[in-house]
Design a protein around this ligand. Structure first.
Ligand SMILES: [Zn+2]
Length: 146
């Protein structure tokens, strides 16, 4: 199966797919980290839309325009790509379901949360790995001293 589109994932989280399609989506998500990450973001966005926790600031559109015009350092390009994709996704959903635009703001936090969570997870895994290796080395050393 090819990678899932945003539309498919949104339909999935909105319970609009048939049982067979649901199974295909779940099967793909289980084996594709890229789609899994995209799905996690879309799921959070969908939840936030259904139960908004934030109000848009009064000068929201001004803030967006300012950020759109600001020059960007190179390393922020990937982040911008995410922001733009999800801003586009948000716009699409807004048109489709007539939902509030303030959700765009939420994408920043969602992307950051996902990134820092996976970073932390990697750190924990690395830490455990190091601990395990150290443990094994200490055991080996101990055996030699005996
Ligand atoms: Zn995929």
């Amino acid at each position: 199966m090819t990678c899932l589109s945003e539309e498919q994932l949104m339909a999935y989280f909105s319970f609009e797919l048939s049982d067979a399609d649901n199974q295909q989506v779940e099967k793909h998500l289980a084996q594709c980290p890229a789609c899994h990450e995209k799905a996690a973001l879309i799921e959070q966005l969908t939840l936030e839309w259904q139960h908004p926790t934030k109000e848009a600031p009064v000068d929201f559109s001004k803030q967006i325009m300012r950020r759109t015009r600001a020059p960007l350092p190179r390393r922020k390009k990937k982040k911008l790509y995410y922001q733009l994709s999800f801003a586009a996704l948000a716009a699409l959903l807004f048109l489709q379901f007539n939902l509030p635009m303030q959700i765009i703001q939420f994408t920043d936090q969602t992307v950051n949360a996902v990134h820092s969570t996976s970073k932390k997870f990697n750190q924990v895994v690395q830490h455990k790995k190091n601990g395990f290796q150290k443990n094994m080395e200490e055991r080996k050393d101990g055996d030699f001293k005996k």
